[in-house]
Design a protein around this ligand. Structure first.
Ligand code: C5P
Length: 299
């Protein structure tokens, strides 16, 4: 627990969990809507790079948050906003402290903040005996961010609409994901703002079905695509430079997740994934690598 957290009132008034990150294996942008959002179709899996969240009753009224990343300690934190929204919905006067330990990069396309919000909704529902179902929590979550509802349907799901319509799917594949995170926060709204319909050339409507049936990483990787990739490269030249370096080093296919700065590749075995991670480290481009299991869900 972070040293700045207020004292807990009772030992049994704390609940903790982890939330995974999300990877968009496919991301098709269907077009701009009248409300300013974009309609999407995306196959998403949970990956085992996780943040840890503890929600505890505090002796201070309201909702406070502590975090190993001090930039995230304000009320704009999505975990804070989720707890506040749930308290309002349940008619609870919150006296809550959220302690967040971040491992998922911020604005990296892995929906770490949205996962924190989803996990906080689950934890506070338990802490306050809210009795809400995951479906009801997902509906509240959609008010916090487009990527929040999907966490209630992982390990794997297809999201449509602006992301809030989610259908659980079951993948035949299980294995390992190599993540290579560029040290660069990419703004989702900026990426969508520069997205152009011509960017969607890669889209293949059969890909989702082929990935769901695939048994090996080698079968899945060629089906992965991201219509936002070109827009991310325009917004974040650092990410484009890394994409070129990866291509030049013959590291095999890597894609980026969502509107962020994280490259991924799937592997069937952990050892091969670690070998590929070492080759990424040898590029000396300041990338942070991780090898994690997938698909995984919210616990
Ligand atoms: O819902 P969320 O807060 O994650 O979205 C951040 C921004 O990304 C939105 O304000 C919007 O500009 C853009 N966005 C979009 N279409 C989506 C999801 C997000 O245009 N489906």
């Amino acid at each position: 627990m972070n040293a700045t957290a207020p004292n807990m009132t009772r030992a049994d008034t704390s609940v903790a969990t982890t939330n995974p990150s999300k990877l968009n294996l496919t991301l098709q942008v269907l077009g701009l809507r009248a409300d300013g959002f974009h309609d999407l179709r995306s196959l998403v899996i949970g990956a085992g790079l996780s943040d840890r969240i503890e929600c505890m009753r505090s002796d201070v009224p309201g909702v406070s948050v502590s975090c190993n990343d001090v930039e995230l300690t304000g009320p704009a934190n999505l975990a804070c906003r989720a707890a506040t929204r749930l308290a309002e919905h349940l008619g609870v006067d919150p006296d809550l402290h959220v302690d967040l330990e971040k491992f998922i990069p911020v604005a990296g396309g892995l929906a770490g903040g949205s996962g924190n919000a989803a996990a906080t909704l689950r934890l506070c529902n338990r802490l306050w005996n809210g009795g809400l179902t995951d479906g009801e929590l997902a509906e509240l979550g959609a008010e916090i961010g487009s990527d929040v509802p999907l966490f209630f349907s992982l390990p794997a799901a297809v999201m449509t609409g602006r992301g809030e319509r989610v259908e659980r799917v079951s993948l035949a594949w299980r294995g390992w994901v190599l993540l290579a995170c560029v040290d660069c926060a990419v703004s989702t709204s900026e990426v969508f703002a520069v997205w152009a319909s011509a960017d969607g050339g890669d889209s293949d409507t059969d890909s989702v079905e082929r990935i769901v049936r695939a048994r090996t990483a080698e079968q899945i990787m060629p089906c992965c695509f991201n219509d936002l990739e070109a827009a991310v490269f325009r917004v974040a030249p650092d990410v484009y430079r890394v994409a070129n370096a990866i291509a030049g080093a013959s590291l095999g296919p890597m894609r980026i997740s969502g509107a962020g700065s994280t490259f991924y590749r799937l592997f069937d075995d952990q050892e091969t994934a670690h070998r590929a991670a070492s080759r990424i480290d040898e590029l000396r481009m300041g990338l942070t690598t991780a090898v994690v299991p997938a698909p995984v869900g919210l616990v």
